[in-house]
Design a protein. Structure first.
Length: 150
């Protein structure tokens, strides 16, 4: 009992769009064979370049050195607060960043944040001298502090 081996299918080039007149008869006759050949060949072509391209991107990202950010000296310069601001944050010279931190400690300790809108700060007697008004948004607070630092 001998079995006949099938002849290997011919590889057919992918179908490109042609003029409407040439599409009619030849394409319909060979369409099933072309679809099978295109389906089998398409994943192999897509998989190979994708695998080769992915590691190249990762290698390029790893080679870039990480730059460490340094603090700006202007923020770290110790400034002397005015008498009104010194009543809240302390007498000694402090950098601008520490002044803001100390203000927030004072605000939290005395519960001066508005209960409805947490971005607003309700000034007590000491803070009213610094801010100049009864209610200040936390974004304008830093600008108002600048007038009291030298």
């Amino acid at each position: 009992m001998a079995t006949a081996k099938k002849a290997p299918a011919k590889k057919v080039a992918p179908v490109t769009t042609a003029a409407p007149a040439k599409k009619a008869a030849p394409v319909k006759a060979a369409a099933p064979a072309k679809k099978v050949a295109v389906k089998a060949a398409a994943p192999a072509k897509k998989a190979a370049p994708a695998k080769a391209a992915a590691p190249a991107k990762k290698v390029a990202a790893k080679k870039a050195p990480a730059v460490k950010r340094t603090a700006n000296a202007a923020f770290m310069k110790a400034l002397t607060p005015s008498a009104a601001l010194a009543a809240v944050v302390g007498v000694g010279p402090l950098p601008r960043t520490e002044v803001v931190k100390q203000l927030w400690v004072y605000i939290k300790k005395h519960k001066l944040q508005d209960s409805v809108n947490k971005r607003l700060i309700n000034a007590d007697a000491k803070l009213k001298e610094v801010f100049g008004k009864l209610q200040v948004s936390m974004f304008e607070m830093a600008g108002l502090i600048g007038k009291h630092l030298k």
